[in-house]
Design a protein around this ligand. Structure first.
Ligand code: 13P
Ligand code: SF4
Length: 302
């Protein structure tokens, strides 16, 4: 990627000057993931890294809820996101008022919210989970019934692995909901590929998969299995980033790009460090309650 080199060099120089740490989600483009990030990971990994971070300045290359989680767990630090419009269809599928209405409908039933939610929704939740720890988090509550939101497909996947009854919401990831079982079968039959899928995919797609897991879990599975050919049924950049790490594995499309993740570019990362924009600010009461829910998740672990 030589055409990106001047930007990468400029960002890394400015980053050092600012004493900043750049965190990038697995769905960021390879020039960001491999070129400028100090820490990479899934949404849980980035949340943990923010909680443990020594730097005063954190740049989150990912979507808004990830930057919010970093700020909630590192409230004394400056947390920047290069584009405030980098959203998420799951996070925008539910509001804090919706959570209160669900609580009124199901009195006494605890709320487990996926990390892909706003700080305001997290503040109304008992505990947060990610795709890496959803089953453990649900079971950690020791109750027969849980409100699980907002991802309907992740919820159905979790429900299949636990005896706890789940009340679900109708949120969808606009990237993963597009995959079809036919695409998955085609990749397997045409290319003799193993299928690895993110749990935000529809149930009929997950039924075809050899492995279902979070973005980090998918990477670990590849390390263990070292398949000759694999179709990563998830956001495209994931396979692009892993290709470098697994040179003997052939990566087969299908894939879809997340338009929100793609809003983050080398150009706006540079501007973010230069202008110290855009800082994440969360009202103190919302932040404190959301932090309690996130810390309950971190105590459960991966
Ligand atoms: P992970 O929790 O696997 O990182 O996935 C969350 C997601 O979909 C981010 O877009
Ligand atoms: Fe949200 Fe889906 Fe994009 Fe992840 S891939 S940020 S879940 S819309």
């Amino acid at each position: 990627v030589p055409m990106h080199l001047p930007w990468i060099d400029a960002i890394n120089a400015l980053k050092q000057q600012r004493g900043a740490v750049i965190m990038a989600h697995s769905y960021q483009s390879p020039e960001i993931f491999h070129g400028v990030a100090d820490i990479t990971g899934d949404s849980l990994g980035l949340a943990q890294a923010a909680a443990d971070c020594d730097a005063e300045l954190i740049v989150v290359c990912g979507v808004h809820f990830m930057a919010e989680s970093a700020k909630i767990l590192a409230p004394g630090k400056t947390v920047l996101i290069p584009d405030l419009e980098a959203g998420c269809s799951l996070a925008s599928s539910i509001t804090a008022a919706d959570v209160l209405a669900l609580r009124a409908q199901h009195p006494g039933v605890p709320v487990v919210s996926y990390a892909n939610t706003s700080a305001a929704v997290k503040a109304e939740s008992d505990v947060i989970c990610t795709s890496a720890n959803a089953v453990q988090v649900v079971e950690s509550l020791g109750v027969p019934k849980v409100i699980f939101l907002p991802d309907e497909f992740l919820g159905r996947h979790v429900a299949g692995q636990t005896k706890v009854e789940l009340v679900l919401w109708h949120g969808r990831c606009e990237v993963h909901e597009k995959f079809t079982a036919q695409q998955a079968r085609h990749a397997r039959e045409q290319f003799d590929a193993k299928l690895v899928a993110h749990p935000e995919c529809p149930p009929e797609v997950l039924a075809e998969a050899d492995f279902v897991g979070s973005t980090t879990a998918m990477g670990k599975w590849l390390e263990r299995e070292k398949p000759a050919r694999v179709a990563m049924i998830t956001e495209c950049s994931m396979a692009d980033n892993l290709r470098v790490q697994f040179p003997t594995t052939q990566f087969i499309k299908p894939c879809n790009l997340c338009p929100h993740m793609q809003r983050i570019t080398l150009q706006n990362i540079y501007a973010c460090l230069r202008d110290l924009q855009h800082a994440i600010e969360i009202p103190a009461d919302v932040s404190a309650r959301a932090r309690a829910a996130l810390q309950r998740m971190l105590a459960v672990g991966r």
